[in-house]
Design a protein around this ligand. Structure first.
Ligand SMILES: *Cc1c(COP(=O)(O)O)cnc(C)c1O
Length: 532
């Protein structure tokens, strides 16, 4: 258990002498060590009983006959089921407990959404089906688009982007197309230093130069510094609102006015829309483009890379450049997809496509279900409760952990703490690892970068007061231990299947491919498994 394992992780032995007493199985209680399926399997085992095939292949298929068996792990059905069930128990999930990852909006995903998304008419549609056979699916896209445009007060929405960052790219490509149409070559995008990492990455990917705007001591965009940078080379700004310090940018309208006056566009990172949905319409604040993470605000299971959906709402100025395809209602009252540039239907200047087809049908169905089951009032309640819960966490912990911007008023949907004031040698990492022992997924750590040792807690609206109280009690107790210099915290987590990983190696040199190893059976030959 303490050796470097197959994926290069190095569970550290703690310095508090809590090395576990070995058990003969290598397991501890119901925490089971799990080998790879290849290590568990053996060539002579299989999940099904198969007849020996000694028939000659049909004429013409001879050349496709395998020369060697596929390199599959040989496992029986119960072994396979147990393998995956054991792996699933080493995972933490929103269905097990709170997932307070700031900026990620890990909230309960209503089962009604899942039921709707699994209706065969939505789950089984194929993007190449004749359009008249999928009018119901087009209706879902159209209705969802209508809600998004209405909730944001914008002119139009591009539905196809597949995630937040993909939506950012879509928005910046719209800005690029609009500038091209004006015959201008503005090449700089301004990004506040508190921005989500995807913002500068997207701007660079879209071919812009990135310049940073500093934050004020109150954690907001320094509007004077921003104005000083405006000029004929500025394509636009990318502002996250609410920002990644969990704060509303009250100067958003003034920022938009200044950027527009200088000929630039305003991109708003709307990933945190769940904090303001039903309360504020970004269109009223002068935003030109904003992605909405359907998987965050409108609740779809996400994480581990997918699935996502990041529609981009657009202002009048950018709408003509939106990517194809578009769902449009024709003169005959039927919905259809505009697949090509078509000036008659208002999509004559599309910059191109973000994806081959129309986007994430499953996510559209879930998001529309969520929206319809809440209604406009319910959505307002969602944002109010998300903000209330975050403020409850903020005010319940600020005497134990410094909350850098708490003096300037309430936060939005996430509470931000720093690790200043912990005992020498103790940091955010110790608190985060300690939370694992307490049965919680850690919060977002060391982000935003503007706060030293940042801990960003997003409770979301779906946690009950009792659940929040348990989390708060854990966080307070960990802060107390870290202030008292409790050494055992340095080796937390003590109760997880893996202890302290080498975070750098795990991120920089992940070993993702099984490369065989001692005691692992070689790939069996066909004759060995009775094939021909
Ligand atoms: C989640 C998030 C993104 C990126 O969204 P993805 O869907 O993960 O690509 C961008 N900005 C902010 C503020 C976010 O929270």
């Amino acid at each position: 258990m303490n050796a470097v394992n197959a994926s290069g992780w190095r569970p550290a032995l703690g310095d508090a002498g809590e090395a576990k007493i070995p058990t003969s199985s290598g397991d501890y209680g119901l925490m089971l060590e799990e080998a790879l399926s290849f290590e568990l399997g053996a060539p002579d085992k299989c999940g099904v009983d198969m007849e020996n095939f000694d028939r000659a292949p049909a004429a013409g298929l001879q050349k496709f006959l395998r020369q060697s068996a596929p390199a599959l792990p040989g496992l029986t059905e119960p072994e396979t089921v147990r393998h995956y069930t054991r792996l699933s128990r080493q995972n933490y999930a929103i269905d097990l407990g709170p997932f307070p990852l700031g900026s990620c909006t890990m909230k309960h995903n209503p089962r009604l959404n899942e039921k709707m998304a699994r209706l065969p008419g939505f789950a089984d549609v194929h993007p190449l089906q004749p359009q008249k056979t999928v009018e119901g699916a087009l209706e879902v896209i159209e209705q969802l688009a209508h809600w998004l445009v209405t909730l944001t007060g914008m002119a139009s929405v591009a539905m196809s982007p597949k995630a937040g960052a993909h939506g950012e790219l879509c928005g910046l490509l719209c800005i690029r197309a609009a500038l091209d149409a004006r015959g201008e070559t503005r090449d700089v995008v301004l990004v506040p230093e508190s921005a989500h990492g995807t913002n500068p990455a997207t701007a660079a990917f879209a071919g812009f130069k990135v310049e940073t705007i500093p934050a004020t001591p109150a954690g907001r965009v320094d509007i004077e510094a921003l104005k000083a940078k405006l000029g004929p080379n500025i394509a636009g700004v990318m502002i996250t609102n609410p920002n990644t310090c969990g704060l509303f940018e009250p100067e958003m309208k003034a920022i938009g006015d200044a950027v527009h006056a200088a000929g630039g566009y305003v991109y708003c990172d709307g990933a945190n829309f769940n904090a303001i949905v039903g309360k504020v319409r970004p269109g009223d604040l002068g935003v030109d483009a904003m992605h909405i993470n359907l998987h965050k605000t409108f609740s779809t299971p996400h994480g581990g890379g997918g699935p996502g959906s990041g529609p981009v709402v657009l202002s009048d100025a950018l709408a003509p450049f939106a990517p194809l395809p578009f769902v449009t209602r024709g003169a005959d009252g039927h919905l259809h997809l505009v697949e090509e540039e078509n000036a008659d239907e208002g999509h004559g200047r599309a910059f191109g496509r973000m994806v081959a087809f129309h986007g994430q049908m499953g996510m559209f169905t879930r998001a529309l279900t969520y929206i319809l089951s809440h209604g406009a009032d319910g959505l307002r309640q969602v944002s109010e409760d998300a903000v209330l819960n975050a403020n409850y966490v903020l005010r319940s912990c600020e005497d134990m952990l410094p909350a850098p911007f708490a003096a300037s008023g309430p936060c939005m949907h996430e509470a931000l703490f720093s690790d200043a004031g912990l005992a020498d040698g103790f940091s955010t990492l110790d608190i985060a690892k300690g939370l694992i022992d307490e049965g919680f997924h850690p919060m977002t750590v060391y982000f935003p970068l503007v706060v030293k040792g940042a801990m960003l807690v997003e409770p979301t609206e779906t946690e009950s007061k009792a659940g929040l109280d348990r989390f708060i009690a854990s966080l307070r107790s960990l802060a107390e231990r870290a202030k008292a210099g409790d050494q055992s915290l340095h080796s937390a987590p003590h109760y997880a299947p893996r202890r302290r990983l080498d975070e750098t190696l795990a991120a920089r040199k992940p070993v993702l491919v099984w490369q065989g190893g001692a005691g692992v059976p070689a790939t069996p030959s066909l004759s060995e498994i009775g094939g021909s």
